[in-house]
Structures are given as C-alpha cells and as structure tokens.
Write a protein that binds this ligand. Structure first.
Ligand code: GLA
Length: 349
C-alpha cells in the first residue's frame, strides 16, 4: 500500500493537493479541488493497468467547464424543481442554474470548491484521504452553515470507499454523490454500448419534461431500463429509442440503510468488472448523453456521446418536494452519513 501527496497548485487562498493511492493491483488519484476522482487505474485480463474513469492529469483542466468529471456533487445532487423547497413552513429559493431548476448544487456547487485536507488514512488494509468543506449559510440559497467531509479510501480488497458526513447549524437539505464516469475498456471503446449493466432495482422514478421526478415509481420489468439481469447498455439504449440515453434514478431494492449491492458493470474485452454497493436508496444512471466529442482526455481520446457511465448513488432527485421519498432534511445535532463502495475485479470473478 502506498500513499503519496503531491502539490497541485492553488485556488484562491487554498492549496490544492493530489493524492495517489496504490495497493499494488490498482491505483487511484484524488484531487482536493472538487473532491474529485481523477483516475482509477485497473488491470485488464492481461495485467495492463489503465485508467477507467473520465478525467485529466492537471488541476487547471478541472477549473475549466466540464460535465462534473469525477467530482463530488453537493449540497444537493441532481434537480430540485424550481429550485424551491420548504422546511417547517418556510420556503427557500435556491439558485436556478438549469432553468427552471436547480441542478447539482447550483452555479458553484461542491464540485467547484477547494476542499481542505483533514487527514490521511494509513491502516493495515486501507489508505486514503479525508477532505473537508464548509458551505456557508446562504450559499446557492441553502440555509445553514454545513460542515462536510468526504473520504476516499482504497482497500487491499480492491475497493474504493467513498464516505461522506455533514452537520449543520440550521435545518437544511443534503444529498451528496460522486459524478465519476466509467468506461471499463479505458476508452479503447468510444462508447459503453457493449458494457453489461446489472441493477438491483425493480423501479425507476418517472420524470417530467424537465427531468424532475413526478413522484410516481415506474415498474421496469421487461422494459428498456430493466437491468435486473445483466444486459448490454446498448440494447437498453436502442429500446429507449426516442430518448437521448439513460438519465434515470433507479430505486435500489431492499434499501435498509446498510451497505447493499446496487449495480454491477462488466466489460468483457478488457475483462474488467466493477460492483457498486451503497447504503443510499437510489442510484442515478447517466450515460453521458450530452457528450459530443469536443472534450478530450490527456491522450486525446474524445469523450463521445455514451462514452461512459456515471453511477451516482444517493437520495432521490427533488426529494424535498416529495413526501413519499426518503427524507433529506438535516437538523442541528444530527449527522448525515453516506457510504458507497466501488469494487473492482476480473470479469470472471
Ligand atoms: C446528471 C443529470 C444529467 C446531467 C449530468 C451532468 O446525471 O441528471 O442530466 O446534468 O448530471 O452533465
């Protein structure tokens, strides 16, 4: 196990650091700016280690516009209708950065903040780093000063653990996630059409024309989005037909607040596979529907439409406006906690 800390520039007054975590089999790079997963290098079936997430080597590129590559999303992931919600009868108006809605924490969400380093983690079976960020009362319209931590830990079992906590001094809403995009072929295939996806879900959230949940749960059985048994993503996309791609929240079966399997992604040519476990009720799947090849990685590989898949675990979008969705209100004295595990293995395992 090896952990290194590299100076990676500045953002305003805050120093940026890059952490490299290696367990001998795989290697993960994490950037404090945006609490971002920059790269996840995993061996293919021949032992060739390549990066399976969309990202860059340099800090500067993360400060240019990009579609949330690898970043931590907050204070509230995905959309809030009209940017409005109420707590105890008081209505709050958040910034509207994707009219008419609030998306991914607003104009300057947690993805565009310089997180500070709280500590590194060096134990026998895991190494990692924990970042902190203080989101001020009123930031992007959210009530309460929120103290957030995000820890990224690599274990000897080839698991990357993402753990978040948050506390507040005034009732607010919280829903954190990571927006890493995976292509297990390491972008040797320019789309994820041939990746096999399996989801531990029997329902997804019905959406309105602005992609906000209506509150209705849609049964998936035998439909385009039924990934109950592993299926090629391309097949799902073909069946969806008129739609751009998958940009849906799936309801994780048997959610009970403990860590349970949510998804499995396999790419048979490289022989790479990953499992996603979470203690959250939902997983939002997004197949990079708006990528158009203009953005490229450091090897000049273009990020094409359907070039990768984001598996964003968390509460449901717009949950504060749906009494039938699990609650996202955090009160003073309470601790918000969320854990997600990305486990990497060989396709045969
Ligand atoms: C989420 C949203 C998408 C899109 C991406 C980022 O997955 O649901 O519509 O905004 O993030 O580009």
């Amino acid at each position: 196990m090896q952990l290194s800390k590299i100076s990676a520039g500045n953002f305003h007054d805050e120093k940026i650091f890059q952490f490299q975590l290696s367990n001998g089999w795989m290697k993960v790079d994490i950037l404090s700016y945006g609490a971002t997963i920059m790269s996840v290098e995993v061996p293919d079936r021949l032992g060739v280690r390549q990066n399976v997430v969309a990202g860059f080597h340099s800090t500067e590129k993360y400060m240019q516009p990009h579609p949330y590559l690898g970043c931590t999303i907050g204070r509230f992931a995905n959309r809030i209708a009209g940017g409005k919600f109420a707590i105890d009868g008081r209505t709050y108006q958040l910034s509207v950065n994707e009219p008419p809605n609030h998306l991914h924490g607003g104009h300057y969400g947690f993805d565009k903040k310089a997180w500070h380093v709280i500590n590194t983690i060096e134990e026998e079976d895991r190494i990692g780093v924990r970042f902190g960020y203080v989101s001020k009362n009123g930031e992007e319209g959210y009530p309460g000063t929120l103290q957030v931590t995000a820890a990224f830990t690599l274990t000897t079992a080839n698991e990357l653990h993402l753990q978040y906590t948050a506390t507040t001094d005034k009732a607010t809403i919280v829903n954190l996630t990571n927006h890493a995009y995976f292509n297990l072929s390491a972008f040797q295939s320019l789309t994820i059409h041939r990746h096999l996806l399996k989801l531990n879900a029997a329902f997804c959230l019905q959406r309105d024309k602005h992609q906000v949940p209506t509150g209705v749960l849609q049964a998936l059985q035998d439909g385009a989005l039924d990934f109950g048994t592993a299926k090629e993503i391309g097949e799902g996309l073909r069946l969806l037909r008129d739609e751009n791609g998958i940009d849906h929240t799936f309801v994780i079966r048997n959610y009970n607040g403990s860590l349970i399997p949510a998804a499995e992604l396999t790419e048979n040519i490289s022989g790479r596979k990953m499992k996603v476990l979470t203690d959250q009720p939902g997983i939002h799947i997004y197949t990079a529907n708006f990528w158009n090849g203009q953005l490229r990685n450091d090897d000049e590989i273009p990020f094409e439409k359907h070039g990768a898949i984001a598996l964003e675990t968390g509460f449901f979008p717009d949950a504060p406006n749906h009494p039938n969705f699990a609650g996202t209100i955090l009160k003073p004295g309470e601790v918000y906690r969320s854990t997600t595990v990305f486990k990497f293995l060989n396709a045969e395992d």
